[in-house]
Write a protein that binds this ligand. Structure first.
Ligand code: ADP
Ligand code: MG
Length: 573
């Protein structure tokens, strides 16, 4: 007989570990809580340092108010806070913290050290907490607070199992840091790790300048900054100009009273606002800051305060739409090269122009087809000449498909998708010496900080594929050469798109494939490009060579075959 388990109260040390899990999921949560405490303390400078993505050590120092010696021990007790006195204060809260849980939670699952001196006191305090034991001592240091968190989760091995790879945890940590920095332009921030790449954000004059520091000049120059307000709320935002759209939603974020929040309807609202200018699969950047009386939002529905409840969602939605509208209705200059050829009346083109567009595309394809010139290719070349072709090219339709007659079939080839496949295969072919083409003008690409780090982390993969690329400054990348298979392309646009695409990805193989697939897509002849007969031949030759999978890198088939029998059936013969 099994004994019926009895109900009992858990000891404090167990309950505190359980509730710590709600506040501290991973190193990024510690960073969020500590940086918010520094901001709440009126700091003008906040420095974050990580060792081993924060698992070994996280240090956050500030030059804020400091903690009174008498209060220091209390700060690490559960539900101890200086920020509210009673339940009514929660309604009008204008600090990040108020639950008084962060320091105590962190203390229960790490070695915590606090060094602090209050601005009104001569002497400071050092506090060491481990396994529930608090050891205070005197400390002589500057005004402000340094919190050191070591061996996070040392006593909750289960938590450790749920952590992502060190690179991913580091990325989360960086994202969390940047989100905290975004809404506080008057504060200087720094982020250091044992790697050489660090982030430093000097004090900025306003939000717009801070966003420029974080997202880079390239992005800021291609965005509108707008602001509207009424008696209830003010909304400020950075919005993509219509030609500057991204292939992911990674640059969309709403802040409410400077708290980054997950607002479910944001992406929907933005796609509505950009309906007229954004093609399918393209998304605007939109970083929005809503300032609203604190009693009109409830931030207390989630322990990490990630979600908020709004007094009137419809009203906020209306505000976001109005601001986007205001930004988009600005008279703007669209650079000439962003017009897609689809908008050009193609039959009316001068012969000159056509041959110009065709010539560069032809050069591309032709080069790709003839390189690298190895024995097998020589043989192929020879075969080409002596072997009578068993197909004939009939032409192209809709500037998108090549029509080929082969044996008893009519083949339609989607030339963009086919071209994509051939370039892709060329890129992922692991050859020791990939052909490169030097860019006439080296390209410096200024990236949003988060994306810069993502690209910088993947430089080896780019190199392996034939890019000559390196870190140029702490937020820009220099490109000297691209793989020859890519021909002429806009490498800036390509790198920005790759950055956005691989940002959430942690599996190296997927990152590698994404780089190759996007490069191929950018380099491939587009629907609307005019192909010469020679280009069509090269494509068809490759299609029928049997050496390629007849699907684009995303998996869409690019050859459709109509059999003679099918036609007979259609015409009921
Ligand atoms: P909360 O932020 O919700 O009040 P915390 O556990 O994060 O709770 O912090 C407890 C208290 O410790 C704070 O209310 C504040 O008084 C003090 N404190 C924490 N960090 C700092 C800091 N960096 N500078 C000054 N005081 C701090
Ligand atoms: Mg706090």
């Amino acid at each position: 007989m099994e004994k019926t388990p009895r109900i009992r109260l858990l000891p404090d040390i167990v309950t505190s570990k359980i509730s710590a899990g709600e506040v501290v999921e991973a190193p990024f949560s510690v960073i969020k809580e500590l940086v918010e405490n520094s901001i709440d303390a009126g700091a003008g400078r906040v420095d974050v340092k990580l060792l081993q993505s924060g698992l070994k050590k996280i240090t956050v120092s500030d030059n804020g108010s400091g903690i009174l010696s008498e209060d220091a021990e209390l700060a690490v007790k559960d539900h101890a806070t200086s920020k509210i006195k009673d339940v009514f204060d929660i309604e009008t809260i204008n600090t990040y913290g108020f639950r008084g849980e962060a320091l105590s939670s962190i203390a229960s699952i790490s070695d915590l050290t606090i060094l602090t001196r209050h601005k009104t006191e001569k002497n400071g305090t050092k506090l060491h907490v481990r396994d529930g034991r608090v050891e205070p001592s005197q400390w002589a240091g500057p005004v402000g607070t340094t919190v050191i968190v070591e061996n996070l989760f040392y006593n909750v091995p289960a938590r450790k199992k749920f952590l992502k790879s060190p690179q991913t945890e580091l990325r989360y940590a960086r994202e969390t840091f940047l989100k905290a920095a975004a809404g506080n332009p008057a504060i200087a921030f720094a982020f250091d790790t044992e790697q050489k790449r660090n982030i430093s954000l000097p004090e900025a004059v306003d939000l717009q300048e801070r966003l420029r520091q974080i997202y880079g000049n390239e992005t800021a120059d291609n965005c509108y900054f707008e602001r509207i307000e009424d008696s209830t709320a003010a909304l400020f935002g950075m919005f993509s100009k219509p030609h500057f759209l991204k292939s992911s939603r990674s640059l969309q974020q709403l802040f409410i009273n400077n708290r980054p929040v997950e607002y479910r309807y944001l992406s929907f609202l933005l796609s509505k606002a950009y309906e007229a200018v954004a093609p399918k699969g393209k998304y605007p950047a939109a970083i929005l800051f809503l300032d609203i009386a604190p009693e009109l939002v409830d931030v207390n529905i989630h322990p990490a305060k990630r979600e908020v409840k709004l007094f009137d969602g419809k009203y906020i939605d209306g505000l976001i739409l109005r601001l986007a509208d205001k930004a988009l209705s600005k008279i703007h200059h669209i650079p000439d090269d962003s017009f897609s050829p689809v908008f050009q009346p193609s039959p009316a083109k001068e012969p000159e122009e056509i041959s110009h567009a065709g010539a560069s595309a032809e050069k591309n394809l032709f080069e790709a087809a003839n390189r690298p010139l190895q024995i097998r290719d020589m043989q192929q070349l020879y075969n080409d000449i002596v072997r009578p072709k068993d197909y004939s090219i009939l032409g192209s339709v809709f500037n998108s498909y090549i029509l080929v007659q082969k044996d008893d079939s009519l083949c339609l080839i989607d030339f963009h998708a086919a071209h994509e496949r051939f370039i892709y295969d060329e890129l992922i072919k692991k050859s020791s010496e990939t052909d490169k083409q030097k860019l006439l003008f080296q390209s410096v690409i200024d990236l949003p900080l988060e994306e810069f780090h993502v690209i910088a982390d993947s430089i080896e993969m780019f190199t392996e594929m034939g890019f000559d690329i390196e870190e140029f400054s702490d937020n820009s990348i220099l490109i000297r050469a691209v793989p020859s298979a890519l021909g002429k392309l806009n490498e800036k646009e390509l790198v920005m798109e790759i950055a956005a695409e691989i940002r959430g990805e942690k599996e190296p193989r997927k990152i590698y494939n994404a780089i190759a697939a996007l490069s191929a897509c950018h380099a491939a002849a587009r629907a609307g490009d005019t192909l010469s007969v020679r280009e069509m031949e090269i494509l068809a030759e490759k299609v029928f060579s049997g050496e390629y999978e007849l699907r684009c890198p995303h998996g869409r088939p690019f050859v459709h075959i109509l059999k003679k029998e099918d036609l007979k059936r259609i015409f009921k013969r």
